[in-house]
Design a protein around this ligand. Structure first.
Ligand SMILES: NC(=O)c1ccc[n+]([C@@H]2O[C@H](COP(=O)([O-])OP(=O)(O)OC[C@H]3O[C@@H](n4cnc5c(N)ncnc54)[C@H](OP(=O)(O)O)[C@@H]3O)[C@@H](O)[C@H]2O)c1
Length: 256
């Protein structure tokens, strides 16, 4: 997608974790379309290769890195320093949901969900924040949590932790003039819908539920999410500590 901004981010550097599909890939594309150089991560070699073919630009650098692995986070920091030096924008986007009722959550599934969404997000920022330039910014991906969705207790809790990190880190990084914000997506039409091992049938049901419970009556596109994420990262120079809903009104109590 070519934007009205042309190549206004030429010379800027960014990292997008979980950038191989869905919203993360759309953020990588929006950044490189505007001329920024981007490192993006994921765990699956196949997804990294497919993303690189789809993005089709030398400005995008795929790196295999598991956000639940502290050694991998540390190595990612070294690679970012080697390839990009300092960075202007960091998008902490990796995450996964698993639908489980209260009775179904196990210690293993709890750890899986909290490791990817909460622990991985926190320690990624701890490792990469020193590389973010003065005047740069960080954007986390949380979830629209103002309306409750049964079966997502562990996931919603982990994302609430991320929302809390964002606010506290906004305060901690203020002296370095680094802004920290979050986007809180509602139902977004990504290949996975953000849920682990969703079958095609479950995906269709989930989309129907999303359409029914979203005031705008549809799922959001990944481009709409990327536009909000880039707005916070690039344009919103007087905004920090904000969690911006990108949810078609889902969490706003406006009914429909
Ligand atoms: N889709 C929605 O409706 C929705 C709604 C609200 C919030 N969200 C959140 O929005 C973000 C993006 O969701 P999405 O649906 O666009 O994509 P997604 O299917 O949730 O995948 C996100 C990315 O994260 C990567 N990832 C997952 N686990 C990882 C790990 N341990 N280490 C490194 N990378 C990892 C995935 O690559 P690999 O599989 O290769 O690891 C992929 O690139 C997520 O944080 C999700 O929780 C999604």
């Amino acid at each position: 997608m070519t934007t009205r901004h042309s190549k206004d981010l030429a010379g800027k550097k960014a990292v997008v974790t979980g950038g191989t599909i869905g919203m993360g890939q759309a953020v990588v594309r929006a950044l490189t379309d505007r001329g920024a150089e981007v490192i993006y991560t994921g765990r699956s070699e196949n997804r990294l290769a497919e993303a690189q073919a789809a993005l089709d630009t030398p400005l995008a650098h795929p790196i295999r890195s598991d956000a639940t692995d502290m050694a991998a986070i540390d190595a990612l920091g070294d690679q970012v320093a080697d390839i990009l030096g300092s960075i202007d924008y960091l998008f902490v986007n990796q995450g996964v949901a698993e639908f489980q009722t209260l009775e179904e959550v196990t210690e293993d599934s709890w750890d899986r969900i909290f490791d990817v969404n909460a622990k991985g997000s926190f320690f990624t920022v701890q490792r990469l924040a020193p590389l973010v330039s003065e005047g740069g910014s960080i954007v986390f991906t949380t979830v629209s949590n103002d309306q409750i969705f049964p079966g997502l207790s562990a996931y919603s809790g982990a994302k609430e932790a991320v929302a809390a990190f964002a606010k506290v880190l906004a305060a901690e990084l203020l002296p370095r003039d680094i802004r920290v914000n979050s986007i809180a997506p509602g139902f977004i039409l990504t290949p996975t819908m953000g849920v682990a091992e969703l079958t095609e049938e479950q995906r269709s049901e989930f989309i129907e539920q999303g359409n029914a419970s979203t005031p705008m009556g549809r799922g959001g596109t990944v481009e709409e999410v990327a536009a909000a994420a880039l707005y916070l990262a690039v344009e919103a120079t007087f905004t920090t500590g904000l969690e911006l809903p990108v949810d078609g009104g889902f969490g706003q109590g406006i009914g429909h």
